[in-house]
Design a protein around this ligand. Sequence first.
Ligand code: BGC
Length: 762
Amino acid sequence: MNILRTITLAIPVIFTWLLMINCSKKNTPVVQETPNPTNRIEKLLQEMTLEEKIGQMTQYNGFWDATGPVPNGGDAKWKYDHLRSGKVGAVLNVSGVENVRKMQEVAVKESRLGIPLLFGLDVIHGHKTVSPIPLAESASWDLEAIKESARMAAIEASARGINWTFAPMVDISRDARWGRVMEGGGEDPYLGSQIGKARVQGFQGADLSAHNTIAATAKHLAGYGFSESGRDYNTVDVGTSTLYNVILPPFKACVDAGVSSVMNSFNTLNGIPATGNHFLQRDLLNGRWDFNGFVVSDWGSIKEMIDHGHAADLEDATIKAANAGSNMDMESYAYVNHLKKAVEEGKVKMEVIDDAVRRILNIKEQLGLFDDPYRYCDAAREKELPNHKDHHATALDIARKSIVLLKNNKNNLPLSTSQKSIAVIGPLASDKNSPLGSWRFGSDDNTAISVLEGLDAQNISYKYEKGAELVTAKTSFLEEVKVNETDKSGFDAAIKLAKESEVVIMVLGEHGFQSGEGRSRTKLDFPGVQQELLEAVHAVNPNIILVVMSGRPLVLTWAEENLPAIVQSWQLGTQSGHAITDVLMGNYNPSGKLPMTFPRSVGQIPIYYNALKTGRPGPIDLVFWSHYIDESNAPLYPFGYGLSYTNFKYSNLKTTHQAVDQANFVKVTVTLKNTGKRAGREVAQLYIRDLVASIARPVKELKGFQLVDLDANESKTIEFTLHKDDLSFYDNEGKLIFEPGKFEFFVGGDSNASLQESLVIE
Ligand code: BGC
């Protein structure tokens, strides 16, 4: 009886499995069943015409100033007509309760079936209140604070009518030339996964239907962060092992955390555009990972399949994208114009359409939009929540935690309040815009607390000279940012001030829009004449505290060699100046750790800690080993690095293994002591190395970290627990495998951690 039952149960499973293999071979769509569609959705699906279904799969950019009269001409007119006839499922870049409500009213009251719209926006780091850029937040390694920051962003954005964000970006990147590193979690798949998950949880909260939670999007699937030579939108060429072990894990973590949508990417993967990539979207995401949400294309990425040379025309691109699992078209006008014909001609099956629509409607249902389409349109909340003073406290908290102290050799920091004369020099010290960074659509220009304002707020007396301008042109998200500043007329005044002062705080770096999308750079120095200014000031007063504001790792080699103190402040958002002052004055003891390796020179890029050993690791005295003849292999600052105003000592590392218990497979304990004179926080990091494997493993891999607060002289024993999966890796078919053998375990304050124990695990 039991055998019979097992066979009966197994038949459909085997059949589906065979079908999947067969279909993926032929590259025809495998449409997984969308789990638990509600009756309402099924009923709707039965009532919908093909045009209405395709409408749900279509997203338009903000097209009509809804607070004005209904448009009667041009681009907005036809989009408006589409809205009324149910040919639009989502819009982006429309915000504000009044705008959103008016547009939602057209969809709900004037279209035949009254299906509410999704309102999407790039809510990337805060909204009206701006948090540090994501790369900076990642430097906090503080998952609770990161989650809280995303929560705050969701509260503010949802109060302005938004119900869907295109975040988190979880693209791993090893290349600081790529401007979008500012948007992600850095170079490490483990840290990136934890951060991606925390941000999804923050945006989506415990209940997606609450009026203060929004649907999140893990983007960009996949490989976008590996654009060759750091040039945005460039070709991506990655090996299978890197794809499975480095690029994909953060996406998987977001899917496991229940992310509502996934955005595909502009690049190709093995020659197939991600947007038309059956393997990524259907086999992996919907299949192996059991993803319940929907896939949105990136902006115009369906159309770009033509430029990639993968589709002959928009009709061809439409067929390929839809079949490959791109459920919603953002701004290619592909589905709205070509999908109907493709279905009628049998080139896209009705089940592909139904699957996409079901997935999209499911998210609308989960957001509670069918019960109340105006759930996010409460004018009272809009008045109260964006820029709420409690949010400033949240933004300040994470801003302080994001700062990384890179150098403090002579303990020049923290500054003493009795300092006789402080000079502040540099264009970014008075800048209220750059600290807001890129991707901050909800915010108002010039609303960051500048460094000068931060010092003023704490009654620190100083004298200021700008010294130089950062950029000449007015810059915005949509303008090209070029630095052609050559004016040195401010140098003399800056040099004079430096000469007369005891200490100089120099605030240098990048303009807020010099990183972000389309902002790749070949040089990672200080743009314009800032380096010259720095050296000119240094010539008269070497006692310089350098504060670096940037959206990416810069090459700070000269500064490291010549200056006593360097603070990496990134772009810290609304509370920037307060956070920086707190660190400079010692009101906050810095605890940030780098989420990306800082190179010594651009020629070392891509540079990352979790590299393979190579066949010629060296160093040997001969020429023929893996090295440069003009530069060391070592980075300037390694991944995980960051100093504190106190010191920490690690000792007594112990490892134990329990073969029977997968969840507690290996336990690692270590004693951590604060050996300095003040309280501080250390991010204790655990790395492993799998010495011999069928597929070579990196020299180190982060597998755990803990934030440990210790008073002066206090010590604690900390324990890391590793699951068997943590010692496993993905083979080249994407299967997680464990191979017995010798493993090394390292614990320390950065990826150079040298305290080490090993275990042979059979
Ligand atoms: C970006 C996406 C973004 C979208 C909508 C694209 O250019 O690559 O990350 O979400 O625009 O603004």
